[in-house]
Every structure is written in structure tokens, then in C-alpha cells.
Design a binder for this molecule. Structure first.
Ligand code: AP5
Ligand code: MG
Length: 249
């Protein structure tokens, strides 16, 4: 069957790749597109609110051409569209509370089965409770995939408050900025908006929820030897460099 796959999809590959390919197939680490071999990257970007998950995900999707799956973005989309789910989620999000596991698990299960996740994906903001992590393991098993690496961005609480209160997001391009650390160059100031949950009071609540309910998720993945810690207090580019190094190890 390896031969057939090889013939069908990778007949232009040099012969010395065959052996490597066989190993990769055995370990289920490749997916096929005509004449192209991809290393599958199923990644979780983990970190406190404002740790830089969204910012780094945007860099990685450019480089690896895999989608970012941000449960926060999906929920904000539902709020913007005023769907029943959005209206329900808004109350909780504005208070810095988590939306129920059932809701986010369902959203993620559906999203992971879309075609663009074939080469891999970057989960951002999910899983956020141990129950979500357990469910994710079940979902992955069901669809014949597995999480490869969990990149944990580490940033102090003081820095987080500074980052979140200064964050602005473009209504036009969705790009994430910071009024001091990462100001927009090409976009007009009137196109920028502040997230409803980006005030000091809600951030403190979100941090408390993170420490109580989300931080234990890291231990869950440490037991699976999947956690790679990155100093998230560095400049944007150095963080990206560190993450790429980990992903390409
Ligand atoms: P979500 O949208 O996921 O928010 P979050 O986890 O609080 O994380 P943020 O998006 O605030 O931060 P980020 O790490 O993406 O940082 P960013 O790159 O933007 O969730 C929102 C809400 O939705 C939750 O509170 C919950 O209610 C609900 N929800 C979502 N997922 C859920 C789930 N799984 N279960 C239940 N409920 C869920 O960066 C922040 C700022 O810092 C920016 O201004 C950026 O420019 C700046 N910055 C970034 N990196 C650097 C750097 N290296 N140096 C200086 N500045 C930097
Ligand atoms: Mg984010």
C-alpha cells in the first residue's frame, strides 16, 4: 500500500525519499497532495489571556499554510452575527467567564473535520479546561489524528494587563495591534477597535479563571510529553523564531 500511495502521489520524488516516506507513513506524519509531501502539524498554542497566541498564530499560518482555530474568534463571530449562541456566549465573555465545555467542544469537533485541517491546524484558546482536553483527545482519536505539540507562551501577569489594555484589533483586516508595542503602520486609527472584554477589570477575572481552570491543562499535556515552553516576554519575532525551531525539531 505504501508503494501504491508513493506511485500515485509522489512519483516525482527522488528514490532516496522512499525509505523516509515509509517511516513517515507508518508514523502517520504525512498527508498527500499530488507530488507534495507535508509534515502534518497539529498544534496547540497555549497561554494566558494576552500571552500572544493570536499574534503568533498569524505568523505561523502564513509560514505553514494551516488554519488557526481560535474559539474566541469563532465566538466573537457568533456575537457579531447575533446568533442565539452568540447572545448566550456574550454574557459570559463580557464577564471574563468561560463558555460551556459542550458548546466549545461541539464547535471545535466540527471545525477540525473541515478540509483545510488536513495538513494540520493551530488551536488557539482551546482546550481551556481539563474536560475540554479530554474531549479533544477523544475527538482526535475518532478522526484518526493526534496533537503533536503544545507550545506554551509564558508571560507575567503585569505584562499581560499592559498588553491587553493596549490591544486594538482592525475591523477591516482582523490584524492584532498594540498601541505601544505593535502600532499599526498602514491602517487608519478609526478602523481599530477594542475588544469588549479588554478592560482591566475583566482581564483580572480572565486571569483568575485561567489560573484556576486553564493552567491545569498544561499538566495534562506534560503527562503526554507534548509541552514546549517559550519565553513569551520577548519581542514578537524572537518568539516566532523559537516556536518555528520547536516545530521543526
Ligand atoms: P480568547 O479570544 O481566546 O481570549 P484569551 O485567551 O483571553 O486570549 P487573548 O485573545 O486575549 O490573547 P492572545 O494570547 O491571543 O494575545 P494577542 O496575540 O492578541 O477568548 C475570549 C473569551 O472567549 C474567553 O474569556 C471565554 O469567555 C471565551 N472562550 C474562548 N475559548 C474558550 C474555550 N475554549 N472554552 C470556554 N470559553 C472560551 O496579544 C495581546 C496583545 O499583546 C496585543 O495587543 C498584541 O499586539 C500584544 N503582543 C503580543 N505579543 C507581544 C509581544 N511579544 N510583545 C509585546 N506585545 C505583544
Ligand atoms: Mg487571541
Amino acid at each position: 500500500s505504501v508503494k501504491i500511495l508513493y506511485k500515485k502521489h509522489n512519483s516525482n520524488l527522488p528514490k532516496n525519499m522512499v525509505k523516509l516516506l515509509k517511516i513517515e507513513i507508518k508514523e502517520r506524519r504525512v498527508c498527500f497532495q499530488p507530488n507534495i509531501l507535508w509534515k502534518i502539524m497539529n498544534i496547540i498554542l497555549f497561554g494566558a489571556p494576552g500571552a500572544g497566541k493570536g499574534t503568533q498564530a498569524k505568523e505561523l499560518i502564513k509560514k505553514y499554510e494551516i488554519p488557526q482555530i481560535s474559539t474566541g474568534d469563532i465566538l466573537r463571530g457568533a456575537i457579531a452575527n447575533k446568533t442565539p449562541l452568540g447572545l448566550e456566549a456574550k454574557k459570559l465573555m463580557d464577564q471574563g467567564q468561560l463558555v460551556s465545555d459542550e458548546i466549545v467542544n461541539g464547535l471545535v469537533e466540527a471545525r477540525l473535520q473541515e478540509a483545510d485541517c488536513e495538513k494540520g491546524f493551530i488551536l488557539d484558546g482551546f482546550p481551556r479546561t481539563v474536560a475540554q482536553a479530554e474531549e479533544l483527545d477523544k475527538i482526535m482519536k475518532k478522526i484518526g489524528k493526534e496533537i503533536d505539540k503544545v507550545i506554551a507562551l509564558e508571560v507575567s501577569d503585569d505584562e499581560i494587563i499592559e498588553r491587553i489594555t493596549g490591544r486594538r484589533v482592525s475591523k477591516v483586516t482582523g490584524k492584532i495591534y498594540h498601541i505601544k508595542y505593535n502600532p499599526p503602520v498602514d491602517e487608519k486609527l478609526e478602523d481599530l477597535e477594542q475588544r469588549a472584554d479588554d478592560n482591566e477589570e475583566t482581564v483580572k477575572k480572565r486571569l483568575a479563571v485561567y489560573n484556576e481552570q486553564t493552567a491545569p491543562v498544561l499538566d495534562f499535556y506534560k503527562k503526554q510529553n507534548k509541552v514546549y515552553e517559550v519565553d513569551g516576554a520577548q519581542g514578537l519575532e524572537n518568539i516566532t523564531k523559537d516556536i518555528i525551531e520547536i516545530l521543526e525539531k
